[in-house]
Ligand binder design. Structure first.
Ligand SMILES: Nc1ncnc2c1ncn2[C@@H]1O[C@H](COP(=O)(O)OP(=O)(O)OP(=O)(O)O)[C@@H](O)[C@H]1O
Ligand SMILES: [Mg+2]
Length: 288
């Protein structure tokens, strides 16, 4: 195919261009235009699965919204999306208008996720890397995010396709939050996640140690289930900020299953108090 000289006129009249390279260029322009309207773009990553990234991402989004910020969540976990479920909007479906795809409103927080585009919650997305990257790119280029203070990007575990796509697509990422649990097997993978982010010149905003001890609901004693403190020690060794620790809390899972965040819970729980500290430290870090 000849180099596109932009003279066929098709793209001047509509978004449909017959040259795929021109199409990509236009999409890249749309990504930078849409992302340019968002002040802080933060990815939430981990080395190991199931450590609480999505829980942290949605609670962070809600906490920031409660502070008066305009917030969106981009669920970059294409094959295992869980953000809509955790924010109680899993039965909503995406709507497309002339300006683009409208993100779903989760009590004020804008959400985009593959789960909102599937015909059923049990449908499987069986895609290789380039397809996942195309979906993430479209979540950035075609979604009418508008002006936001924060876009929280929830990633699947590991250091491959999705984090790479996000880093490549958003050159001015504010940084990454790495979530870990305190046991050695998780920390090993977390060090890899930190090093991957560093090697791609993305700032590490900090490490969060999740599932850090459990206060016994009967006697009040804190049980050291996964070795409290490993995340903080690893942060020191890696020379990155430790944002704080969130304890295991027996209410977190049932709340998440009902589409509710633990920071919106009545009363002061240990998890809520520690999360508030984490959000405070994060904002200070971003402002500083
Ligand atoms: N502090 C906590 N206390 C109790 N349960 C928690 C806590 N944090 C997360 N969980 C529970 O652990 C499970 C995994 O959490 P979550 O889905 O957020 O992890 P994830 O890192 O996003 O997983 P994946 O790698 O599959 O995307 C969920 O059931 C969640 O409710
Ligand atoms: Mg997740």
């Amino acid at each position: 195919m000849d180099e596109c000289d932009g003279k066929c006129g098709t793209c001047a009249e509509s978004d449909a261009c017959t040259d795929p390279r021109k199409d990509m260029e236009m999409q890249a322009m749309k990504v930078s235009e849409r992302m340019g309207k968002i002040k802080h773009k933060i990815m939430v990553a981990s080395g190991k699965g199931g450590v609480g990234k999505s829980t942290v991402a949605v609670n962070l989004a809600r906490a920031l919204y409660d502070k008066g910020y305009k917030v969106g969540v981009l669920d970059a976990d294409i094959t295992g999306p869980s953000v809509p479920k955790l924010l109680g909007v899993e039965n909503e479906r995406l709507l497309a208008g002339s300006e683009g795809i409208t993100p779903t409103d989760a009590r004020g927080v804008k959400v985009i996720s593959m789960a909102l585009a599937l015909s059923s919650p049990d449908s499987a997305v069986i895609w290789r890397g380039p397809m996942k990257m195309a979906a993430i790119r479209q979540f950035m280029s075609d979604v009418t995010w508008g002006d936001l203070d924060f876009l929280i990007i929830d990633l699947p575990p590991g250091t491959s396709d999705e984090p790479l796509s996000v880093i490549q697509l958003i050159p001015d990422l504010s940084g990454a939050i790495i979530v870990t649990t305190p046991q050695e097997v998780a920390l090993l993978d977390s060090r890899k996640a930190v090093n991957m982010v560093k090697s791609m010149d993305v700032p590490v905003l900090g490490v969060i140690e999740n599932m850090s001890g459990l206060r016994c609901p009967h006697c009040g004693e804190v049980l050291d289930i996964f070795k409290i403190g490993g995340g903080e020690k690893a942060s020191e060794e890696l020379g990155v900020t430790f944002l704080g620790a969130i304890p295991l809390d027996l209410d977190v899972t049932p709340l998440g299953d009902r589409g509710m965040t633990f920071i919106d819970q009545e009363g002061d729980t240990d998890a809520k108090k520690s999360f508030e500290e984490i959000v405070k430290r994060l904002i200070e870090k971003l402002d500083g």
